[in-house]
Structure formats: structure tokens, C-alpha cells
Design a protein around this ligand. Structure first.
Ligand code: IMP
Ligand code: MG
Length: 416
């Protein structure tokens, strides 16, 4: 089980790509095309949003019931992997065109209070799921049901779009025809994914779960309301695929050696001044899906300790360590100072305490050597090794993988 330990974009795709080599099945269990997983293979860069990253390794891939699916995006990816073995849950919900329109209109209306979503219709789609108004993948299997569901949905959504958001309504005929076309293309992938994964596990196969977004964007455990509308945390993989929680043997958290966040919301260790721009350039920190500049910060061990707790992280992958080369000094947030002046190592449970939290840093020495020549963890410069050791001892979790560059091969394995 691979889970993002920060605010997303930790490099989960790359770690999944690595571990997929020894896996028989790779599953997504939540989120949709708000995710953008980047995998670099030699001269090719894959940016994947809907399919599990395991598709690049040619592994059977599952899109679980907990996901939301934009058929247009999915079909685009299926076209790029024509031989891909893909199992799409019939219980996953469809992101419909009005979800995109409402996401955009609602962000516009929120103005200064906007969440900074990816505008891919994620929130409105999950809201309809909870409202029991959603359209599911299995609805495309029957043209009559599909058309009826679209009609029912549009009767309400068009009212909202026109009267509340002052946007354009959708035409039933156009949408229905479009989705009948999508249905033809996608129906062969629709499967009972819970049964498929259960059978694979019973057969002794290795199943990898690929989280999208991350812990601090989790609807329940993240920095609400600046979160996504699903549960990226590890335990949600069981619900999002339809297996029992005890089938998950190991949870690997993925954290960047620093922190980034896209969109709005509190971010205690956000860097002030020119170092933030420097880090953004060195790390190419621009959104995969939206192209937005990511906000950059120093590593926050209080937040990471929280991620270890709420996910039950057994091992950490620390990515993009190479980006920290060329900083003379590396502040690492070890505590927060709270409003009453006390210090805490635990993530504040209440929003106002988190908003007011001031990071307390311990400054570690930097290193100037690039890391691309490191073939093993032992080749890391002393200061880089000490940085990783520090993270490990502060969190009391083994850092088993260290990312040292964009390419697929640039991951070092550390012995326990
Ligand atoms: P939504 O998921 O599009 O509703 O966006 C909600 C929040 O989650 C916004 O702050 C987004 O920037 C953030 N977000 C959603 N998906 C990702 C991701 O894959 N990486 C990083 N941030 C994301
Ligand atoms: Mg991403």
C-alpha cells in the first residue's frame, strides 16, 4: 500500500512504478483525474491521471469502486496503452460534464475563499455519490438506464447551473449521445473488481494499492476544507477496492525531502523569500494537472509524524533528495509552537491551533554535491546521509527508499 504522506505530489507514481515490478496487480482506490502521476522512463515522460501507474510496467490495473472516473480522460489513457489489462469497477462513480462546470463555477463564486481545486469535478461528483444521485460506471452498460439517469440529473443540475451559478445548461441529447459513445469504448473493461482482487490475493499474488493525493488532503484527516473529497489514507484502500482491512500487509508512505502544496490552505513550513522560488525551480514544482506553481516549504516532521500515525506507515520513501543539493543549510521543522507558547510534536487537532502554529526548526548542514552519481545509499554525501538518518530517528520509522532524481532508476534502497 503506497500512500502520500504530505499534500500530494510526493512522487508516488515513481515509487509505484518501482514496486510494480514485483507486483501482479496495481489498484487505485480513490480520487480521479485530479491526480497526476509522473513517471520518467529514459526519454519518455508519462503523466497519468486515471489509470494506476502500474500500467507503464504492463501490469493488470484496477480502478476501484472508491474512484471517480472521467470517461473522456480514461479513454484518452486507454488509447495510449492499447494492450493494457484494465479492470474498472462498476460501482465507481462517473464525473459528468456538469460536475466540471459546477466545480469551476463554485470556485469562482467562493472568490477569496476558494479551495483551489483542480477543477476536474471531483468534489461535485463525490457529493452526488453521497447524495445518492450519482451515475455509476455500471449505468453505461444499459443505454436506457444511462439516458434516464442523465435526464434525471440534468433536470436538477441545469437549474443550479442557470439560476445559481449563471452558467450554461447542458443539452440532454448531446450528453446522452456522447456517453453512449464512451460506453461502447469502455464497457469491455467493466468488472467486479472486489472479486478480482480477492481472487488475486487468494492465489498468492502481490497486489499494490496506489494512493492518489495524500494524507493532508484527506477529507477526514486533512486540513479541511482545503482537502480533496475522498479519503487517500491507507485504510481507505480496503473500502475503495472492496477487501478486508487485514489484507493490507504493509503501508509505505511517500514523502518529499521537503514539502509542497498546490491550492489554498495553511502551510506552516512554507518558505519565505527567494529560497521558495529556488526550490520550485530546482524541483520543477509545477502542477501536473493544472500547471499551477506549487508552494514550497521545508520538511515538516510534525505533519509527517501525523501521517505515520493516521496511515500506520511501516516504511518511508523519501523522494527528491537531490533537489536539496546546493542549499547551505536545511531547516527541518521538528516542533510547532502553539498559541499558548508551548511546543508540540503532535499535529494540532483543531484548525485554529494549526493555523496559528509556528514551526520550530532544527537546521541541518546542506551539501553541494549533486546526487545523480550515487549508485547506493552509501555513496550519498555525509550531510545527505545525516539528513535521512535524522528523519528516520525523529519519526522512528525506517526510510527504506531515497529518491535522487527524476528517472525511474534514481531510487536508492537503504538497508534496515
Ligand atoms: P480537488 O481534489 O480537485 O477537489 O482539489 C482539492 C484540493 O486538493 C486542492 O488544494 C488541490 O490542489 C488538491 N489536490 C487534488 N489532487 C491533487 C494532487 O494529485 N496533487 C496535489 N494536490 C492535489
Ligand atoms: Mg501529482
Amino acid at each position: 500500500m503506497i500512500v502520500g504522506a504530505q499534500w500530494g505530489d510526493e512522487g508516488k507514481g515513481k515509487i509505484v512504478d518501482l514496486l510494480a515490478q514485483d507486483s501482479d496487480v496495481v489498484c487505485r482506490y480513490q480520487g480521479g483525474p485530479n491526480a497526476g502521476h509522473t513517471i520518467v522512463v529514459d526519454d519518455d515522460t508519462y503523466k497519468i491521471r486515471a489509470l494506476p501507474s502500474g500500467i507503464v510496467r504492463g501490469k493488470p490495473c484496477v480502478i476501484g469502486n472508491g474512484c471517480v472516473v472521467d470517461l473522456e480522460v480514461l479513454i484518452g489513457e486507454l488509447d495510449r496503452f492499447p494492450d493494457g489489462e484494465v479492470y474498472l469497477s462498476g460501482n465507481a462513480h462517473l464525473i459528468m460534464p456538469w460536475h466540471l462546470a459546477i466545480d469551476q463555477a463554485s470556485e469562482r463564486r467562493l472568490g477569496k475563499l476558494a479551495i483551489g481545486t483542480t477543477k476536474r469535478g471531483i468534489g461535485p461528483c463525490y457529493a452526488d455519490k453521497a447524495m445518492r444521485l450519482g451515475i455509476r460506471v455500471q449505468d453505461i452498460l444499459d443505454a436506457k438506464i444511462l439516458r434516464q439517469k442523465i435526464e434525471v440529473a440534468l433536470a436538477e443540475k441545469n437549474l443550479w447551473l442557470e439560476k445559481v451559478y449563471e452558467s450554461e445548461p447542458f443539452d440532454l441529447e448531446t450528453v446522452a449521445t456522447q456517453y453512449e459513445g464512451y460506453a461502447q469504448r469502455v464497457r469491455r473493461y467493466v468488472a467486479d473488481t472486489s472479486l478480482y482482487v480477492d481472487t488475486a490475493l487468494r492465489d498468492g499474488k502481490h497486489v499494490l494499492f496506489e494512493g492518489a493525493q495524500a494524507t493532508l488532503l484527506d477529507l477526514d484527516h486533512g486540513t479541511y476544507p482545503f482537502v480533496t473529497s475522498s479519503n487517500p489514507v491507507a485504510s481507505s484502500a480496503a473500502t475503495g477496492v472492496g477487501i478486508g482491512p487485514r489484507r493490507i500487509d504493509r503501508v509505505i508512505g511517500v514523502a518529499k525531502a521537503y514539502v509542497t502544496r498546490v491550492g489554498e490552505g495553511p502551510f506552516p513550513s512554507e518558505i519565505a523569500g527567494g529560497d521558495q522560488d529556488r526550490m520550485r525551480e530546482l524541483g520543477h514544482e509545477y502542477g501536473t494537472v493544472t500547471g499551477r506553481s506549487r508552494r514550497c516549504g521545508w520538511l515538516d516532521l510534525v505533519a509527517l509524524r501525523y501521517a505515520v500515525r493516521v496511515n500506520g506507515i511501516d516504511k518511508l520513501a523519501l523522494t527528491k533528495l537531490d533537489v536539496l543539493s546546493h542549499f547551505d543549510e536545511l531547516p527541518v521543522c521538528v516542533h510547532y509552537r502553539t498559541r499558548d507558547g508551548s511546543e508540540t510534536r503532535d499535529f494540532p487537532a483543531h484548525q485554529s491551533d494549526f493555523h496559528a502554529a509556528e514551526p520550530v526548526y532544527e537546521t541541518l548542514p546542506g551539501w553541494s554535491e549533486p546526487l545523480d552519481g550515487c549508485a547506493t545509499a552509501a555513496d550519498l554525501p555525509d550531510a545527505a546521509r545525516r539528513y535521512v538518518d535524522f528523519v528516520e530517528s525523529e519519526l522512528d520509522v525506517e526510510v527504506s527508499l531515497v529518491g535522487t532524481g527524476a528517472d525511474r532508476a534514481s531510487v536508492l534502497t537503504r538497508a534496515a
